[in-house]
Design a protein. Structure first.
Length: 249
């Protein structure tokens, strides 16, 4: 289905029949992607005495409870409420869902024992002025869909890079890591704070989406992003970011 999407007085032609899903699904298994030292998610039927909410066990419907953490168990989108004393909900702060986006691929630089995405890498790679920036890191392997990230010291975004991204007018940052920050940073959260401009003048409309997975066959460049969330009144929600290729007129 070919359609036109109007965004800030510019019309983009996209094919809605070819979505590019860059989310990681949540699975009730130890193979589910995981971070932050928590157990695997659970999806299990409700039980009430001898009754089990499962058709194969004699119930009329499947009726499951789901136990998970949005920050540690898969693709999620968070707002500034993730790091503030005040309560901010992703459901209340994210009011638009289609954005111009640019996908870039970056091989983080080694700095001591860390691998860091630097300001210079962002500056030399970013080719446009999108509302959303999607960062795919190298190496990019299928393992990212099931990786157990705890205690791995994953790559992260430097504070200077986060400031530069904010100054470029980017409101939505997506990355294929559990966090834009270093795993063990004593709670400094330098990239989160820099991107959200916290605490000076928090950018309430800005979001960070973590734990995406962008297949290698999806090429770097410009897209239309549909950033889908569940209606959770929480600082973060599981999310399903979808990319659409921009077609030539």
């Amino acid at each position: 289905m070919i359609t036109n999407i109007d965004y800030k007085s510019i019309t983009y032609k996209v094919d809605l029949s070819h979505p590019l899903d860059i989310s990681i699904p949540l699975r009730a298994t130890n193979e589910n992607v995981n971070a932050w030292y928590i157990p695997a998610p659970k999806i299990e039927p409700v039980t009430d005495g001898d009754w089990i909410g499962k058709v194969s066990e004699g119930a009329s419907t499947n009726f499951n409870n789901i136990y998970f953490n949005p920050h540690g168990h898969g693709t999620h989108t968070e707002c500034v409420g993730h790091i503030t004393k005040e309560f901010y909900s992703i459901n209340q702060t994210l009011k638009q869902f289609f954005f111009t986006a640019e996908l870039v691929t970056i091989n983080p630089e080694k700095r001591g024992n860390d691998f860091v995405i630097t300001k210079n890498q962002i500056k030399t790679t970013l080719q446009s002025y999108p509302r959303a920036l999607i960062i795919r890191t190298l190496p990019n392997m299928e393992e990212k869909r099931s990786k157990q990230y705890s205690h791995t010291n994953w790559p992260y975004l430097s504070e200077e890079a986060a400031i530069y991204i904010k100054e470029r007018g980017i409101d939505h940052l997506l990355i294929d890591l559990p966090s834009v920050d270093k795993e063990k940073d004593d709670g400094k959260l330098l990239a989160h704070k820099a991107f959200w401009n916290h605490p000076e003048a928090p950018r309430l409309e800005a979001t960070i989406t973590e734990m995406i997975f962008v297949k290698n066959e999806i090429l770097d460049g410009n897209y239309i992003l549909n950033l889908q969330i569940a209606s959770f009144e929480n600082d973060a929600s599981p999310s399903k970011p979808i990319l659409y290729k921009i077609l030539k007129s």
